[in-house]
Design a protein around this ligand. Sequence first.
Ligand SMILES: [Zn+2]
Length: 375
Amino acid sequence: MISTITYLTTIEFGPGALARLTDALADLGIERPLVVSDHGIAAAGIIDRAASLLPADAPRFLDVPSNPIEAAVKAALVAYRANQCDGLVAIGGGSPIDLAKGVALMATHPGTLEQYAAIHGGVARIAAMAPVIAVPTTAGTGAEVGRAALITLGDGRKLGFISPHMIPKRAICDPELTTGLPPWLTAATGLDALSHCIETLFSPRFNPPAEAIALDGAGRLWHNIVTAVENGADIAARSDMLMGAVEGGLSFQKGLGAVHALSHALGGLPKPQLHHGTLNAILMPPVVRFNARHVGDKIGRLKSAMGLPAGADLADELDRLNHSLGIPAGLATLGVGEDVLDWVVERALVDHSHPTNPRPVSAADYHALLDQVMR
Ligand SMILES: [Zn+2]
């Protein structure tokens, strides 16, 4: 069964929802979309599945790097203009969706990308953009309903571009597109989604609707992640994972926290290239421990939503889950050297997720958190 849900944006949700793509294009008046995706998604046959639902010979931009960079936005913008496109269809994980948002922004706004970054006052400069239809193939980032795009500039800074106008005009969420995700990516993207639900719940901003959505998302993700990793074809588990990811995306405009401040900084390292979800999975247990006494009764509400006993230690449970899902032990295992940690902390302190951590975080605190995961 496919449901139409309008909350921040319109979401077509359910197995087979991809079939709604043609109607979505018509509704939004897009006649010549640029399809933005990557070579992995193309190789998995997902673009071919979408092809019959798109205008014949819709142009494609497949050179999306694993973390979106400004140079790729510029290259896609050239294709967008050369083909006289009037909208975008992003198919993939967070990277193609964020990249498409960047193209939609730059296709309709003058000047350089940098001036639209949130930390440069860009929120007020972003007005209506070219329409984006997002078709997620992972259950993780929530980018399909999120109002932010994370793009790394030429100088290595990974910046957030944030505006209600950045929210895709339509999200087509078809869990059948996620059944081919390999177990490690199912785990890492699912834990990214769980980190959105947890961090935004802990954010001190007053937004009870977002908290209610985050709690529901955390429960769905917690109850289904092991099944989805062990049996990727289980469509019920895949549906709950995708809904949990969407709910993370619907709620995280309340603000995230230290997990994301650090993972955005680490994700901007030119080498090694690190997976956002894997980083968040590793960072969550120590950050939850760091915040535990500064979030009132929220941990109790979270444990109840996740079906954990009142006496359980949430951080320990997250550690145990990481271990059982085969998440790498720490940052050293991923090739992060001690020499980059000062650089990482400097950037975490100016990240847009830093101010909404429930407990103020100093440079020394960030170093202590990183020390705990340098194994
Ligand atoms: Zn995230």
